[in-house]
Ligand binder design. Structure first.
Ligand code: NAG
Ligand code: NAG
Ligand code: NAG
Ligand code: NAG
Ligand code: NAG
Ligand code: NAG
Ligand code: NAG
Ligand code: NAG
Length: 787
């Protein structure tokens, strides 16, 4: 019954979780996953958490119970944030499968009991701001547990609370005691941790500070000190720091009068403290108390977030107090200070930070008493004139680093700048500087940050910055990659989020030493002009930070959004000289090939012949002459064989009966036509063509000519009309190469061989006659047709 009820609730929750988990923000970290269910679920730990999760944020929900199986399927879990829920009981055994769990935040729950043995992997455990927790940790006396951070808070000071601490080796202990209502000094243990952070109780009469035993503590942070106790408390604390272990003292959230500030500073100056921090100070009232320097071991004073609760303040006294301090490091930030005096004598300051105040250009003008100052931070103030800032640094002989970012700096190019000579790092980011700034820079600078200004180019006429190694020009208005003519040693260049469309030849000519280039998020125009740049990314000779994901084509329209890495353009298409050269080479090669082919196969000759032939055809067609067959055969022969043809061949074929007519171009010559035309005519009008082959024939150009026409007719009219008579044997080698047609014919076709023996002649003639025998229209009909 109970089980059934349980499963019902469980499925009800699953639905909730399913609905809610759509809003879950999951992000991949290096090799794990952040699953963030902050403010998105209600009563139970969701079931469908990805098993790769390393960081699980379940804060600001209403989880009441951690069930034994909740984290079983998360073997990679390293950090679990359960801050601000309503968990009442926790048994450490729920983490038995989370062997890597290091960070566990259970603060701001209703925890009343922690059971089981803590997991050895945990380094950070925060159980502060719960109900009174009973920790069974005490009973297990044998083992000690090492933690880097342990957060705890309690309402009643009981011995049992602190017995837990006896078994812990904690580096940093946080004790939230705001709500302490019962206190017994005897229960306050001797703290054996390096760093102790205590929030003091709201009830004033519990003198916790006076009862602290800090023999080994090096760093103490106290907050919620009552206004009237602060001077007393700090005095007491520091007087009792006999062994001088305590080095860092941080006081937060105090309300204090100027007089007490001076008193506290005096106490600190006399103590062995090295670092004194005051955060979140409200100055209640002002008087003319003056702080006087004494020798001190204090290294650094830092004051942040100061507010004045009185208008009646003598600024001179306040600023003098700080500017005359004989310590190396001073920080006053987020405090609205308007001015800072120049020290009246050479000062010990090596580090001054006045970030997020309201300082103007007047600060430290003509100040010769900061000879040791190496670092000056003036971030987020109201500096306006870059010339003045440069003049300010000029007497600071040791100044190496100036941060003037997030000001309102401008430079119009009219006045000369005089920077501190030794300055190597200058941060002018987030100002209103134009490209004229390149005329006003410290010449030995190595690292220059000019991001988020109004720079549209790196001008040619500018100072030579031969030592410059890193230049940040991100978030400006550059339209092309800058050249490095004026900073030859540049190794790192940042031009992210500009308007860079194309590369510039100057960049590739002059920036030889570049090792890293951050150039992403620019509206690149993907065309030939960007080719070298794209190759830069592909080759990897220069490390392109963010390649390939943040390098995208913006123009032209059809490739918008394409990664540069996926944009291909050939070398040929981009290089005009190369293109012309290639076309030229191809043309020349083609020409040469054509010439060779022409010569090899005698193409011009064929062309000439075709031309002639078509001419004849055309003329014949024009004269309406019907080219009907009039002869049985046309005879082609070499002049040297004419005797045989005239005395043997023709008489033997053209018997007296006239049944076979032979066209012989000399005999059937039509006046007024050229020899070629006559021959073509003859061929056209003949049923077959007889070729008398002999070595003489082969030598004769005319004969070849005739053979060509006959063959041409043969194919064009599809008549099987070629008869070869081999008068004398022809060795193939004597046929010139260009007469390939003849060669082919002789190789393929059978031919009639003129027999030497007389007895075989009869058969030869019979064969030949049979080959050309056909019925032709008689002469009268012919004339009718021709007429
Ligand atoms: C989870 O998201 C909240 C805001 O919704 C944010 O404050 C918190 O830092 C995130 N947690 C982690 C671990 O990133
Ligand atoms: C804690 O969980 C373990 C394992 O589930 C169990 O053996 C033990 O009894 C639990 N402790 C308490 C106090 O419930
Ligand atoms: C801390 O030092 C005081 C005296 O200086 C001594 O009485 C006390 O026992 C020491 N406490 C520890 C935990 O060493
Ligand atoms: C003391 O403060 C300084 C400066 O904030 C810091 O560098 C140092 O680590 C601190 N020392 C301890 C022990 O916390
Ligand atoms: C502020 O104090 C200085 C030094 O005590 C004094 O010279 C100056 O007149 C005072 N200024 C005002 C406005 O009271
Ligand atoms: C600057 O200081 C003011 C208080 O003077 C504070 O409210 C503000 O958050 C600070 N700004 C930054 C960016 O730290
Ligand atoms: C310059 O200051 C900005 C913040 O004002 C900071 O983000 C940047 O890292 C600084 N540059 C250098 C080179 O330190
Ligand atoms: C930088 O540019 C990218 C792409 O153009 C843009 O998404 C991003 O918001 C820009 N970053 C800033 C801080 O403006």
């Amino acid at each position: 019954m109970a089980e059934r009820k349980y499963s019902n609730t469980s499925s009800f929750f699953s639905i909730c979780i399913f609905i809610v988990s759509c809003n879950v923000i999951s992000a991949s970290v290096e090799d794990g996953l952040i699953a963030n269910y902050s403010r998105t679920i209600r009563y139970t730990v969701p079931k469908n958490i990805p098993s790769k999760t390393t960081v699980l944020d379940l804060s600001h929900n209403q989880i009441q119970e951690i069930r034994s199986f909740d984290f079983h399927s998360l073997p990679k879990l390293q950090a679990l944030i359960l801050f601000d829920n309503q968990i009442k009981v926790l048994n450490f055994s729920v983490f038995q499968y989370n062997k890597d769990l290091q960070y566990l935040d259970l603060s701001h729950n209703n925890l009343q009991a922690l059971f089981g043995l803590p997991i050895p992997s945990i380094r950070h455990l925060d159980v502060s701001y719960n109900d009174d927790i009973k920790m069974t940790l005490c009973s297990d006396s044998g083992t000690t547990w090492k933690l880097e951070y342990f957060g705890l808070s309690t309402k009643r000071m009981q011995k049992s609370d602190f017995c837990a601490l006896a078994h812990l080796q904690v580096e940093t202990l946080f004790l939230g005691l705001e709500d302490l209502s019962e206190y017994h000094p005897a229960f306050l243990p001797a703290f054996n941790m390096k760093n102790l952070r205590i929030v003091l109780p709201n009830i004033r009469r519990f003198p916790i500070i006076l009862d602290l035993d800090l023999n080994v503590t090096e760093s103490l942070e106290v907050s919620n000190i009552q206004d009237d106790q602060i001077k007393h408390s700090i005095t007491f604390l520091l007087k009792h720091n006999k062994n001088g272990r305590l080095l860092n003292l941080t006081v937060t959230s105090i309300k204090i009068s100027w007089r007490d500030i001076v008193n506290v500073l005096t106490v600190v100056w006399k103590s062995t403290i090295r670092y004194f921090h005051i955060y979140d100070v409200t100055v209640l009232e002002f008087d003319y108390s003056v702080f006087s320097n004494i020798d001190t071991s204090l290294q650094a004073l830092s004051i942040k977030q100061t507010r004045l609760a009185t208008v009646n303040v003598n600024q001179t006294i306040v600023y003098r107090t700080f500017s005359e301090m004989n310590i190396p490091t001073l920080t006053i930030s987020d405090s609205g200070i308007l001015f800072m005096h120049c020290p009246s004598k050479p000062s010990r300051f090596t580090y001054l930070s006045f970030s997020n105040n309201t300082l103007t250009d007047t600060i430290f003008q003509n100040c010769n008493n900061l000879p040791l100052l190496e670092t000056l931070i003036l971030q987020r103030n109201y500096l306006k004139d870059l010339t003045k800032v440069s003049l300010m640094t000029n007497p600071m002989k040791s100044l190496k680093y100036l941060d003037a970012s997030h000001n309102f700096l401008q430079y119009e190019g009219e006045n000369k700048c005089h920077w501190a000579e030794n300055m190597v790092e200058l941060n002018l980011s987030s100002n209103m500087l134009s490209e004229l700034v390149f005329r006003c820079l410290p010449i030995n600078v190595k690292i220059l940050d000019l991001h988020e200004n109004h720079i549209s180019r790196v001008p040619k006429e500018m100072l030579k910055l031969n030592n410059l190694e890193e230049l940040n020009l991100a978030f400006n208005k550059l339209t092309a990659l800058p050249g490095c003519d004026s900073f030859r040693s540049l190794r790192l260049l940042n031009i992210e989020n500009n308007s860079v469309l194309s590369q510039s030849s100057e960049f590739f000519e002059s920036c030889q030493y570049i090792q890293r280039l951050k150039g992403g998020n620019n509206p690149f125009k993907c065309s030939c002009e960007l080719r070298e740049f794209i190759n830069l990314g592909k080759q990897g000779s220069v490390e392109l930070v963010g390649w390939p994901d943040s390098y995208m084509c913006e123009k032209p329209e059809y490739v918008r959004g394409t990664l540069l890495a996926n944009f291909h353009i050939s070398k040929l298409a981009c290089n005009v000289t190369l293109l012309v050269a290639v076309i030229l080479i191809i043309t020349v090669v083609f020409g040469v090939v054509v010439c060779i082919i022409c010569l090899r196969f005698d193409i011009p000759w064929y062309l000439k012949m075709i031309w002639q032939w078509t001419q004849v055809k055309r003329r014949n067609w024009k004269s309406q002459q019907l080219n009907t067959i009039q002869f049985h055969a046309f005879v082609s022969y070499s002049e040297h064989d004419s005797d045989w043809v005239k005395t043997v061949l023709i008489p033997n074929l053209e018997k007296e009966d006239g049944s076979i007519r032979i066209c012989q171009h000399e005999r059937n010559f039509v006046a007024g036509k050229s020899i070629v035309e006559n021959i073509i005519d003859c061929i056209e009008k003949s049923y077959k063509s007889i070729f008398v082959l002999s070595p003489n024939f082969v030598q004769s150009e005319w004969c070849h000519y005739e053979l060509y026409f006959a063959h041409h007719k043969l194919f064009s009219e599809d008549v099987y009309g070629l008869i070869l008579v081999l008068l004398e044997p022809i060795p193939t080698y004597i046929i010139p190469a260009r007469y390939h047609k003849l060669k082919a014919l002789m190789a393929k076709r059978t031919y009639l061989e003129w027999p030497k023996e007389k007895s075989k002649h009869g058969l030869f003639w019979a064969n030949l006659r049979a080959a050309i025998q056909t019925v032709l229209p008689n002469n009268e009909e012919m004339e009718e047709l021709q007429g």
